[in-house]
Design a protein around this ligand. Sequence first.
Ligand code: NAD
Length: 270
Amino acid sequence: MTIPTLLLVGCGKMGGALMRGWVSSPTPPRIFILDRKLQDAPAGCTIFRTPEEITPDVKPDIIVLAVKPAGAEAMLSSLKTVLGERMNHTALLSVMAGKSCEKLASWCGRADMPVIRTMPNTPSCVGAGATGLYASPHVSQAQKDLAIRLMEQVGTVVSVPHEEDLRTVIAIAGSAPAYVFYLAELLEKVGQDFGLDAHASRALVRGMIYGVGKMLHELPEDAETLRKNVTSPNGTTAAALSVFMKEEHWPRLIPEAAKAAIKRSRELDD
Ligand SMILES: NC(=O)c1ccc[n+]([C@@H]2O[C@H](COP(=O)([O-])OP(=O)(O)OC[C@H]3O[C@@H](n4cnc5c(N)ncnc54)[C@H](O)[C@@H]3O)[C@@H](O)[C@H]2O)c1
């Protein structure tokens, strides 16, 4: 199989997570990076600071767009100028939480530009990402297969049938690591407030979340069964869950938080 060439545009928190995942995968793609701030890149990756620095030998199979949505139009306009005809032989893969395929294609100067929109998450940096992927009608099967293969190198990929579905992906997977990190922060604090030292509290909470992730990933049982297996009748877990499961707590707050993320993704489209 030929090694694909990527131009990674924006190598911050999400672009950087993808880059780390790719370079540590068994068959890394060839990566060129465009980022004005990045100091160091792994061996084999070339960094450009501005679009004008991109050298003529760069002919990407895929441009991975990982800047903030507000900077996308100006960036694509510069890339169009600098890459010229090379843009005719590439697909655009956006990881941005906003901006439609149609808008991105028009900013590339081609209504028929093949645009793939994805919503990955930062666990991609350790090869354990979860990505939703939507390919616009102008994407060829070969380009879609390549995009899926690239994102599978950094974790799980789910193709969604409608572009609009990506909003739900944001709410339950793209933004969601932050919810779990917040839970970890709160549990670690509880551990310390209730008498454990910081090291012990951190080790226990991290070990617990790692174990839960591994069980969810590896075991066939659904989450409800795994939860019930922890919950002895009238035991300690039932006591704690009776707080979380009150109608006005997690059952209301989790969908409310998801709706807030979805609402914000609509605003980022404008
Ligand atoms: N952070 C996440 O967890 C996450 C998850 C999924 C999707 N995303 C999406 O990824 C995108 C980037 O988010 P992030 O959190 O990585 O932001 P970030 O600010 O960490 O990264 C953006 C990078 O782009 C570079 N950049 C911006 N404008 C540039 C320009 N004109 N020239 C050269 N370099 C430029 C910056 O130097 C920076 O390193 C967003 O669109 C966001 O919606 C983020």
